[in-house]
Write a protein that binds this ligand. Structure first.
Ligand SMILES: Cc1cc2nc3c(=O)[nH]c(=O)nc-3n(C[C@H](O)[C@H](O)[C@H](O)COP(=O)(O)O)c2cc1C
Length: 150
């Protein structure tokens, strides 16, 4: 499958998860493009069919800096993404209370609003309960891939 992976990370945890997941997808023979910086035209989501977004949360429920630009552009431009199916892995920390996993939740709302279809369940990872988010994301992957295939 052709898959666009977008990874939002401040301190490297989501990046580590993204790397491990990408290695596995590559090994399985998928054609994976990694997006971790740039604007909406670089990612050209309108031309993609499958997106895997892995993002942590920063600030008070905020999107990591490396995906801020594309998030704002998509919010403004509101492209039709009804051709897009996506999976979502969100990293956060429950100690932040109401802003727990704010960034993946904002992405989820935006992508669904733009017509994209969430495949499977969002994997929310709490830094306290999930000290190895890369392993958890890897364990979540086969279920997501199976649903995409179905
Ligand atoms: C400055 C800072 C602010 C954070 N704010 C939130 C937050 O509002 N909500 C949340 O769920 N997690 C928050 N976190 C927790 C991170 O999302 C979590 O530690 C995650 O594993 C970091 O992944 P990263 O290394 O890829 O950025 C924050 C972490 C830091 C350092």
């Amino acid at each position: 499958m052709q898959i666009l992976m977008m990874v939002g990370s401040e301190m490297g945890n989501a990046e580590m998860a993204g790397d491990l997941v990408k290695d596995e997808l590559d090994e399985q023979g998928h054609d994976v493009e990694l997006f971790s910086e740039g604007d909406a035209s670089d990612a050209s989501l309108e031309e993609q069919e499958i997106l895997l977004l892995i993002t942590s949360t920063t600030g008070l429920g905020d999107i990591p800096q490396n995906l801020e630009e594309i998030f704002e552009e998509l919010t403004e431009a509101r492209p039709d993404l009804s051709q897009l199916r996506f999976g979502l892995v969100g990293l956060g920390d429950r100690n932040y209370g109401e802003t727990f996993c704010g960034a993946p939740k904002k992405w989820l709302a935006l992508l669904v609003e733009l017509g994209a279809e969430l495949v499977g369940e969002v994997l929310y990872l709490d830094a306290t309960d999930n000290p190895a988010p890369d392993e958890d994301a890897l364990a979540w992957l086969p279920g997501w891939l199976a649903l995409l295939d179905a």
